[in-house]
Design a protein around this ligand. Structure first.
Ligand code: HEC
Length: 483
């Protein structure tokens, strides 16, 4: 305490005293200039520096609360000083202490980001906030004697208010850096969020259909961008876009197209997790074996931003290409409704977007729904994307009608009397992804025409004479016996 008092005391002597006001103003100006020049002389270059600097820097979050408490105390003491003059006297001392605290916190904070290899917009803002705040406290110290002696009235309270606002802003930036930008708003009541239009921007949709946009970029977004993004950039490396990824970090490129072993990024994520250089750092959730396999294959096959498929990588449960929109059938709706009334089967819209198409649903009338009933839906064929014909009375003759369902993506024929003799007629359905033939008499030989169907990914053959393995061998996407 003695030490602190003498430190503050020597500062008070340096500063705004009656004796040599010009000298203290000059000293303050020098301090302010030095603080403002700091980021230009000791640049945050994204490189990690000596461990002992990092060790010191990590005391910043602890120390920073001292000046925060003191700065908040100053206006309270000044205010209470109207009634009790001793408190106002103490305010000057506390203000000096706050300045010393600011300097300490600023120094440690600067070390933290300098030694830890930090940069980025949030880091930069927080840094300038800290510098501005320290200068602003210093300015309050300079002006205060004139206020206590009555020669200025409003300036000092106005400056204190600005200091408090700056404090709040800087502290918030610091909080965002440690806890993430959404820390304060994550649990905010929805009503308030809406009023403040927070969280309106949802997770970004893939920018394109490429493997990079759909699978690689989202990995970085989930596991790396909190430290390698715009707001916080560690190691001078950003992973939030293809161009920035390829630019690399403080040690140059992190991806070498075609050579996964030479790519720093892959090296860092495959180190032993205890290793100092292992990424993601600081014990954040590591990449899964699958994510690493995707990144590796992607680098080896050219690290392209546009390639849609990668050899050897199949990602289950998803389509490689966007769904093809169907045309506008709104004029046909009265006809559809009349047909439904007659047949009992329904045409249900997939979503509230017309272009998403219709589902032919026969559940309620399955037993009585045969080839003739199906034929009546031919008029609406181009708009039907799913046909649920499971357990209906359709036979091989249904394939002639189905061949006209050019936008069909999913076809259920499980438990019907189809034999598979007509399957070749389906070869023209270029959008078909799902075909269920479980519990039918389809044989292996009859599956041959399906090999040319490039999008067919899910083929169900449970309880049929056919052997699903053979079609997978022939280069088809996973034939599955799941049902
Ligand atoms: C908690 C913060 C944090 C997370 C999360 C993180 N990193 Fe890092 N990363 C760092 C720091 C700090 C450095 C700089 C120090 C170093 O090189 O080890 C760095 C450096 C790197 C470098 C070296 C750049 C260069 O040019 O030397 C690569 C590559 C890297 N990270 C990849 C990743 C990948 C990939 C992920 C996600 C799987 C990731 N990082 C997640 C903190 C993080």
């Amino acid at each position: 305490m003695k030490l602190l008092e003498s430190a503050v005391g020597s500062f008070e002597r340096l500063l705004p005293q009656r004796k040599s006001a010009p000298a203290s103003w000059f000293a303050a100006l020098m301090v302010a200039a030095a603080l403002l020049l700091l980021p230009f002389t000791l640049r945050l270059d994204g490189k990690p520096h000596a461990d002992w600097l990092q060790f010191l820097g990590r005391f910043h979050p602890l120390v920073v609360h001292v000046p925060i408490g003191l700065i908040v105390l100053v206006p309270l003491l000044e205010f209470a000083g109207d009634a009790r003059p001793s408190l106002r006297e103490a305010a000057g001392f506390v203000l000096g202490l706050a300045f010393v605290g600011c300097l300490a916190a600023l120094t440690l904070g600067y070390l933290l980001s300098y030694a830890g290899g930090d940069s980025g917009t949030d880091v930069t803002r927080h840094m300038w906030g800290g510098i501005g705040l320290t200068i602003s406290v210093l300015a309050c110290m300079l002006v205060r004697p004139a206020w206590t002696s009555g020669s200025v009235q409003r300036l000092y309270p106005a400056m204190l208010t600005c200091t408090l606002l700056l404090l709040a802003w800087t502290a918030h930036q610091g909080g965002s850096l440690t806890h993430g930008r959404n820390y304060l708003t994550d649990y905010m009541p929805a009503l308030l969020k809406r009023a403040l239009t927070i969280g309106v921007v949802q997770a970004k949709a893939p920018a394109s259909n490429s493997f990079y946009a759909r699978h690689i970029d989202p990995i970085f977004l989930r596991k790396c961008v909190e430290c390698h993004g715009e707001s916080k950039t560690k190691g001078d490396l950003r992973l939030d876009s293809y161009a920035l990824l390829m630019e690399g970090g403080k040690d140059g490129p992190v991806i070498v197209s075609g050579h996964s072993a030479a790519s720093l990024l892959l090296k860092r994520v495959t180190l032993p997790p205890k290793h100092k250089r292992f990424m993601p750092a600081e014990g954040k959730p590591p990449l899964t074996a699958e994510e690493i396999a995707w990144i590796k294959a992607w680098i080896e096959q050219g690290a392209s931003p546009t390639a849609i498929r990668l050899a050897g990588i199949h990602i289950g449960g998803e389509d490689d290409e966007p769904l093809q929109p169907v045309g506008d059938y709104s004029k046909l709706i009265p006809g559809i409704l009349a047909l439904e009334n007659g047949q009992g089967a329904k045409l249900l819209p997939v979503s509230n977007k017309l272009s998403d198409g219709l589902i032919l649903n026969t559940v309620d009338v399955a037993a009585s729904f045969g080839d003739a009933q199906l034929a009546r839906f031919e008029k609406y064929a181009p708009y039907i994307v799913e046909a649920e014909l499971g357990r209906t009375a359709v036979t091989d003759a249904c394939f002639n009608t189905l061949a006209t369902f050019t936008h069909l993506r999913a076809l259920h024929l499980e438990g019907t009397r189809v034999t598979g003799a007509g399957l070749r007629t389906l070869a023209g359905l270029s959008q078909l992804r799902y075909l269920n033939l479980s519990n039918t008499k389809v044989t292996q030989a009859q599956l041959a025409p399906l090999r040319s169907m490039k999008k067919l990914r899910h083929l169900y053959l449970y309880n049929t004479p056919a052997q699903p393995a053979s079609i997978a061998d022939a280069g088809q996407p996973e034939g599955s016996n799941a049902r």
